[in-house]
Design a protein around this ligand. Sequence first.
Ligand code: SF4
Ligand code: SF4
Length: 137
Amino acid sequence: MLFNDFRKGLSVTFKYLFKKPVTENYPYEKIKMPQRARWLHHFNPKKCIMCKLCENICPPKCIYMTVVKNEEGKRELKGYDIRIDRCIFCGLCTEVCPTKAITMTDVHEFADKDRKNFHFNMEQLSKVGQEEEKKVG
Ligand code: SF4
Ligand code: SF4
């Protein structure tokens, strides 16, 4: 009985001995994200029409826009911040955006020990995913 179990166990070991490993050697080898992965946001201030749809629809209210009137009386976008530590990555902000100014990228390596570093401002968000050029709405 014991020998049979031992033989069965060894047969499984030998079966997988020459097969390709299914595990990822992360972080030494990068994981390929699915095509529609929804990770860190990319924000393009040039495309934003300041409609605030994204800010209003966000369930945990983690988008903060600062819109001011300039000397000519025109609205001007002064700030666009996202508290990523509160974001649930639902993608609603990207769904409602009429100009695709806010999109989600496959950039997922932003782990940090300090909560302050999860507060992304407009400048930081505009740089997200620039190399990858892969953005999904
Ligand atoms: S993905 Fe969802 S939770 Fe995150 S900022 Fe957009 S709307 Fe808010
Ligand atoms: S929904 Fe799009 S265009 Fe409207 S404020 Fe948000 S990012 Fe700007």
